[in-house]
Write a protein that binds this ligand. Sequence first.
Ligand code: TXA
Ligand code: MG
Length: 343
Amino acid sequence: MKTQIFTTDRQDIAKAANIIKEGGIVAFPTETVYGLGANAMDADAVAKIYEAKGRPSDNPMIVHISRASDIGQLTRMLSPDIVAIIENFWPGPLTIIVKKRPEVPDKTTGGLDTVAVRMPDSKAALDLITFAGCPIAAPSANLSGSPSPTRAKDVVADMDGRIDGIIEGEDCRVGIESTVLDLTGDVPTILRPGIITAESIEAAIGKEVKYDESLTEDAKHIQLDPAAGVSESDFQPKSPGMKYKHYAPKAQMIVVEGERNKVKAEIERLKVLNERIGNKVGVILFEEKAFLEAAHNFFANLRDLDGEGVDLILAGALSDTDGVGFAVMNRMLKSAGYNIVRV
Ligand code: TXA
Ligand code: MG
């Protein structure tokens, strides 16, 4: 398949939108990561996304809209919480899970009776959706299992020849995917952490938000401060699980966590030992507390290190259990298959 390359000029976006209208698939920039879009209401078009990504077809997609009022095409009910969330965070990197209308195809929602919806904060994305005249279903525009693409060149690397078009825009401002918030149960629940934190959501809706259980497990892994009440013995590293093959770089990867100076020293020690046996080693060590910067760079760093052909990536854990750093750690731990060394 020949993949057409587009700029973010209006005429180009209009051409890309025509492809979507005609049932094709196009990658486009958002503020979080690049998405791979199709008409969300067209099951055949959505099926092409699964095929291009090599993604299991029971994995539901996020449906993107360009006006908040368009959520009415996807759900029949706006609760006060949903309204508060939309007013406070859209357009922006927050996806909400709501009950779906019957018109939304099962293919889009992986057979669930709920749908994930978000209004992205990116002019190119909003123009594309508006010109296409339909909600756009879009997962991240990477091959299934590899790091999410945050730069046009990352999309080209994974998708050239597999999809109809790519809109090449700026590097994504945020760099990790949107926060996913489930609003279908009694307690609003974060299913995937992002740069919009539980704390800011609680402030907007005036009630407690909880994390999905799988995430509280993650939090345990990065409870670095002994004063916070978690002792060494509470820490149970998960075995490098096939189950977690997600965002995985081609290289092997180890996350080193603990007090910062010790982390630096252990990374240096492991680097020397590995280089001595002929391994090429890459290091990811962000500035302390520079969580937004870490989010912006993390996936790009993984892809660059793979590009350099490193055998092993040593990454320093960020010490944050509920904020933006926690969202980055969620990706870092998955990338490393929960391969963690504690110092
Ligand atoms: O920032 C983002 O969210 C990016 C850009 C392109 O918008 N999109 C993205 O899509 O990350 P994807 O497909 O890689 O991740 C969608 C996540 C998955 O974890 C999926 O399981 C969850 O949202 N999800 C989608 N629909 C859901 C539903 N109805 N119920 C529960 N989880 C859902
Ligand atoms: Mg993804």
